[in-house]
Design a protein. Structure first.
Length: 423
């Protein structure tokens, strides 16, 4: 595989940006390679600057549920551009997107549009603190909620493979307000509530943890979180930045039948453009400025172009619920192929799959939590990554990321991927 043009761009980038990238996991550091620079992408394929084509299972880390450059989304965006890129004033489009979200996710009684998942989770926590008048929050080890100071504690994904569980530059006094529990471990949650009576503003969780690979909640775990937060007057925040509009149009909360107090969305909700949302109970959200005292703002919030991409994407998903069945079926076929690979090559592999999200861990442990995820052989992952890349298949350059199936993955794409996986 010729990657000379990528290598050249990478050398230039190294001098311009830390590690040559604008988000750490793009650097391919944990698979011991240099990043490919992308030229364009269409449907299920991504093309690098040297003309290599790959079947893409990263899907821009989640947004690409319809595949790349979906013609209807692109057309809507092109039309919207002509009318102006940003106004800094309200538009009917924001109503349309918020209305769609509330139709699909009834717990979203009132919401705010923002520009990134990080902004959404940070703002949701501020709203919860303002509402409760409390400071402490609970998060789970291995769950990622963006890179705001208080949430960069034991934070999964890039932070896992790069061995920076706690970022430099985060004041200890911030981190102290963040209590860390273990996913799928009720006792760890109980203990924190008992030891911090009437001090917990919120508990934030990825209802399906998708930043330590893919770890589903055990039976009853989310119900337990709903109960214990309600008993303690704490706000339950579902971070559905990945799972929202992915595990079905109503996200994880619909799939598991739990109503959180607040929810954050990102990735899919912007249809590939910078857009995220936080919202939930009116009683909490009306405390946000200008109606309330919790300040939160954004020059480009509800940007008309990003909003257009989000609306079109959600409309397509709403009109075509069969997409969800199709992508789940394909994810199941891929999961099966990993099991076959394990048998054929006599290597330990354990696959977790929820809807169109899956992750194959190079371990013989049944991965149910963060400690289980960490048993994976990341060297074996790096080899697997290289093998797939050489065969024209692009998966996440890290063990602790999900593999995403999109509506653009054809039967032929899946067949080809299975062939490579089981060779
Ligand atoms: C990606 C992600 C975020 C952060 O979103 P950004 O848009 O990258 O800031 C937050 N929470 C979860 C669960 C995510 O997967």
């Amino acid at each position: 595989m010729n990657i000379s043009r990528s290598e050249e761009l990478y050398r230039t980038a190294l001098d311009l940006m830390p590690g040559g990238v604008n988000s750490p996991v793009r650097a391919f550091g944990s698979v011991g390679r240099n990043p490919l620079f992308i030229d364009h992408a269409k449907g299920s394929r991504i093309y690098d600057v040297d003309g290599n084509a790959f079947i893409d299972y990263v899907c821009s880390w989640g947004p690409g549920i319809l595949g790349h450059a979906h013609p209807e989304v692109v057309e809507a965006v092109q039309k919207a551009c002509v009318d102006g890129l940003t106004f800094g004033a309200p538009t009917g489009k924001e109503n349309r997107l918020a209305g769609l979200i509330r139709d699909f996710v009834p717990s979203m009684e009132m919401m705010r549009l923002v520009s990134s998942g990080t902004e959404a989770t940070m703002s949701a926590i501020r709203a919860a603190r303002g509402y409760t008048g409390r400071d402490k929050i609970i998060k789970f080890k291995g769950c990622y909620h963006g890179h705001s100071d208080g949430l960069l504690v034991q934070a999964g994904s890039a932070a896992l493979t790069q061995s920076v569980p706690d970022s430099a530059g985060v004041p200890a006094s911030y981190a102290m307000q963040t209590l860390v529990a273990l996913f799928n471990d009720r006792d760890s949650v109980r203990e924190l509530f008992e030891n911090n009576k009437d001090q917990i503003a919120a508990l934030i969780v990825e209802p399906v943890a998708a930043n330590m690979g893919v770890v589903p909640p055990e039976e009853g775990f989310l119900e337990f979180l709903r109960e214990i937060t309600a008993e303690n007057g704490a706000v339950l925040i579902f971070d559905e930045v990945i799972t929202g509009f992915r595990l079905g149009i109503g996200g994880a909360q619909e799939m598991y039948g739990i109503k959180p107090d607040l929810t954050t969305f990102g990735k899919i909700v912007g249809g590939g453009m910078p857009m995220a949302v936080y919202g939930g109970k009116k009683e909490i959200m009306k405390n946000v400025a200008p109606t309330g005292k919790v300040y939160q703002a954004g020059t480009l919030s509800g940007n008309p172009i990003a909003t257009t991409a989000g609306i079109k994407t959600l409309e397509i998903l709403g009109d075509h619920p069969e997409i969800y069945l199709r992508i789940e079926q394909k994810a199941k076929e891929l999961a099966e192929a990993f099991r076959l690979r394990s048998v054929k090559r006599q290597i330990p592999l354990h696959v977790n799959q929820v809807g169109s999200l899956l992750c194959a861990y190079f371990t013989d442990v049944d991965v149910k939590d963060y400690a289980g995820a960490l048993t994976s052989d990341t060297k074996a992952y790096a080899e697997y990554f290289g093998e797939l890349l050489e065969h024209g298949i692009y998966v996440a350059p890290s063990q602790f990321e999900a593999m995403f199936v999109s509506g653009a993955h054809s039967d032929e794409d899946i067949r080809r991927t299975i062939e490579v996986l089981t060779a």
